[in-house]
Write a protein that binds this ligand. Sequence first.
Ligand SMILES: Nc1nc2c([nH]c(=O)n2[C@H]2C[C@H](O)[C@@H](COP(=O)(O)OP(=O)(O)OP(=O)(O)O)O2)c(=O)[nH]1
Ligand SMILES: [Mg+2]
Length: 313
Amino acid sequence: MPNRVQVAAAAIVNEAGQVLIARRPATVDQGGLWEFPGGKLAPYETGRQALKRELREELGIEVTEARPLIRVHHDYPDRTIVLDVWKVLAFTGEPYGREGQPVRWVDMKDLNDYTFPAANQPIVKSIQLPGEYCITMPAESIEAYIEQVQQRLSQGLNLIQLRAPELNEEDYLALAEAVLPLCREADARLILNAVPDILSKVAADGVHLTHERLMALDNRPISHDKWLSVACHDPSSLSQAKRIGADVATLSPVCPTQSHPEAKPLGWHRFQSWVEQAGIPVFALGGMSRHDARRAQALGGQGIAGMSVFKTS
Ligand SMILES: Nc1nc2c([nH]c(=O)n2[C@H]2C[C@H](O)[C@@H](COP(=O)(O)OP(=O)(O)OP(=O)(O)O)O2)c(=O)[nH]1
Ligand SMILES: [Mg+2]
C-alpha cells in the first residue's frame, strides 16, 4: 500500500453520555461523512500531540486529560490509515466547528444512525462498551445464577456474559429467558455464551463464541444489530476475530488464574502488543483485579473481563 497515513482522532464524551461528532466537508477524502474530530500527524508529532493540536484547530478546545481508546488500521483503496483514537477525559473551552464544519453531540446509542467512514466501525463499538465485562461464575442452580446476575447488575455492571457450560440446552434457555428482563430493567447488555442460533430463541443482545467456535467460522454468524463477542488467546485468533467481523474480544489468560490453572499467562507486555494489532475492542481476561481496568486501558485495551473479580463477598 503506497500511502500510509497516521491520524489522531478523539472520542469526546460529556457527562450526559453524549459523544461529539463532526461532519467532513463534501470535497475532502471521506467527504460528507461524520467523523470523530482529529487529523493527520505532522512530522515528528506523537499521537497525543497531534490530538491536542487538531482539537485546538478544529474545535477550539484545549485537551487536559486523554487516554488511548483504540487503534485501528484500515485499507482504503488509495491509502492505508492508522487511526489512533483517544478518549478525551477533560478539556477547557466550548467546542464549536472552528473550520465551519457542523458539529453535534449525539447519544451513544444513536451513533449507529450516522454514517462514518468504513474504518470507524470498531471505534463506535469501543465507545459504546463499558470498561468492565462481567462473566458469570459457576453456580449451584439456575436460581443461584439468577441471584448472581441480580447482584452484579445491582453493582452497576452493564455488560453481562451468561456463561454456564454445565447446563443442558433446555436449562440454559430457561436461565437466559429469566435473566433477560433483569438486564433490560437495568439497561444492561446480555451476551449469551452459546451457539449463535440461540438468538432466534432468546432476544438477548449478542453471543459470545468460545475459541473453538470462533476458529471454525468463515463469516460473521449473526446480524450487525447484535453484538458478537469472541474468546481469543493469541494473535491468530485475534486476526480471525477481525476477519469474521467480531465486535469485541476477550484475550486470555493475561495473568495466572484459578479458573484455568493449566493455561500459561501471556502477561501485560504481550497483551499490549497483540491488542495494538487487533483493531477491535479487547478486554483483558484472567487473574484480573478491579484496578487492572485502568492498566488494561492505558495499554490500549477496552478494560477487564472476569468472573470472580466482580464477586463482592
Ligand atoms: N479525523 C478523522 N479522520 C478519519 C476518521 N475516520 C477515517 O477514516 N478518517 C480518515 C479520513 C482521512 O483520510 C484521514 C484524516 O484526515 P483529515 O482530513 O481529518 O486530516 P486533517 O484534519 O489533518 O486535515 P488536512 O489538514 O489534511 O486538511 O483519516 C475519523 O473518525 N476522524
Ligand atoms: Mg481533520
